[in-house]
Design a protein around this ligand. Structure first.
Ligand code: AMP
Ligand code: ZN
Length: 440
């Protein structure tokens, strides 16, 4: 298929669909989705128990009458209880990384894989990726949806696709040099790892590589981290949000404005609920993202509680896309921890640290109990030249971090400055909090 592409939009009609037409499309797709969901054993039972007749749901305004779906439900329906088509029609199975409890399964029909690939191509085209680009995919290719999701999207777009997978950073750099890689995809913690290896190899990516774009997602990161990666790698970084339950990446993605992620409303119905009362919050206010699939055939999910905290950004985007934008994800409601009665999100700590030039590329929060007291220690990797510098400037840096943390979290934690590369690393998503308080 070689038809002329629109210069800006991959799918001009859908991306710029006027809101009222988008809404009509949603209504139509919602009704079909509900009818399909009611064919799955799990939803048939859930709807019956909740006493809702899906025919009575006319559009998004009636959503509140439907029960919410939780990760626990997915576990109960493991593995095929949510299947809305015959088993023979499912052609792909993915499983969540299971960072919080037993894994869950998502199944796809051939058409589901098509629409997912299209949506991923839409995301990447939006950021300026074209068939002349060389795309190096540095995330895991297995049950983790980031690998295959981006892979099929980039092939659909027509980029030369290098399925490098994660790890083996020196070889990654070699690939970039040999193939002239222009676009990469990684999780943020891996991007930092890559920067460290480039430094070790004595390569300045801004001068010696062809990189122009990086997609970072799959874990929370701050605006400061984005700016750092942009500066040090010489790329523009675009935030990519998704979760396996909603197929994977391609749920929401940043446009060239880099100001919030467009959430594709032809594919998902968006609700932001107060996590306690489960009622909708006002536009612009933070709450839990709850999503309903609108174009998934094999395994539709209705009002799925993502646990991710964000807000719908008010107002239209100058890029001309009519799909609303969500704010950078603050974290999952279960990322939050409580120390001395204060609620803390790792992202608050990260934002402060990554804004300081002396700070290196990794940090960790360790929670201990001493007697009856909670103790929070922030371990911070500092830049090599700072680490090897004089004690006075190290102390000054520690004081600066302490003061900044204190004003953010309202108590004084402990701060330990450590050598670059000394904090433990794991393959896959970073573990930011080590809680040793349990069982004490
Ligand atoms: P998984 O289904 O195992 O791939 O994990 C999905 C989860 O990763 C989401 O529910 C979010 O908590 C997190 N996540 C994915 N993308 C982002 C992002 N761009 N920013 C912050 N968190 C993200
Ligand atoms: Zn935009």
């Amino acid at each position: 298929m070689n038809r002329e592409r629109h210069p800006v939009y991959w799918d001009p009609e859908i991306e710029t669909l006027p809101r009222e037409r988008l809404r009509a499309l949603q209504e139509d797709r919602l009704r079909r989705t509900l009818a399909a969901a009611a064919r799955s054993p799990f939803y048939r039972r859930l709807f019956r128990e909740a006493g809702v007749a899906v025919e009575a749901i006319r559009g998004p305004e009636d959503l509140g009458r439907l029960p919410l779906t939780t990760k626990d439900h997915l576990r109960q329906g493991y593995p095929f209880g949510f299947l809305a088509v015959a088993r023979e029609e499912a052609v792909r199975l993915h499983s969540s990384s299971g960072t919080t409890g037993r894994a869950t399964v998502v199944l796809h029909s051939a058409r589901d894989l098509e629409t997912w690939a299209e949506r991923m191509a839409r995301c990447m085209y939006m950021t300026g990726a074209r068939s002349s680009d060389v795309f190096q995919n540095m995330t895991g290719y297995g049950m983790f949806t980031g690998g295959l999701g981006f892979h099929y999207g980039s092939e659909r777009l027509g980029m030369l696709t290098v399925p490098a997978g994660p790890g083996n950073s020196r070889r990654q750099v070699q690939f970039m040099q040999d193939f002239g890689t222009t676009v990469i995809h990684a999780i943020p913690s891996y991007a930092f790892r890559l920067l460290a290896v480039l430094e070790e190899m004595g390569i300045d990516p801004r001068r010696e590589l062809n990189l122009k774009t990086a997609y970072l997602g799959a874990e929370p990161y701050s605006e400061e981290t984005r700016r750092r990666v942009e500066r040090e790698l010489g790329v523009r970084v675009f935030n990519s949000y998704g979760l396996s339950e909603m197929s994977g990446p391609g749920v929401a993605f940043e446009c060239p404005e880099q100001n919030g992620m467009h959430i594709w409303e032809d594919a998902f119905l968006v609700e932001v609920l107060d996590p306690k009362t489960l009622t909708p919050v006002a536009e612009g206010e933070e709450g839990e993202l709850v999503l309903t699939t609108l174009d998934r055939e094999a395994m539709p999910l209705i009002r799925y509680r993502t646990r991710d905290l964000t807000a719908v950004l008010p107002g239209p985007c100058p890029c001309g896309r009519t799909h609303r934008r969500i704010d950078r994800i603050k974290g999952r409601s279960d990322d939050m921890f409580i120390v001395k009665g204060v609620n803390v999100f790792p992202i608050q700590v990260e934002t402060l640290l990554m804004g300081m030039p002396e700070v290196g590329r990794d940090y960790r929060i360790v929670l201990d109990r001493e007697g009856d007291l909670d103790v929070m220690t922030v371990e911070v990797e500092v830049r090599r030249e700072v680490f090897q510098g004089d004690v006075k400037s190290l102390n000054a840096l520690r004081d600066k971090i302490l003061a900044a943390l204190k004003s953010e979290i309202l108590f004084t934690p402990r701060v330990r400055l450590v050598e670059p590369g000394s904090l433990p690393r794991n393959e896959g998503k970073a573990v930011r909090v080590l809680d040793r308080r349990r069982g004490s």
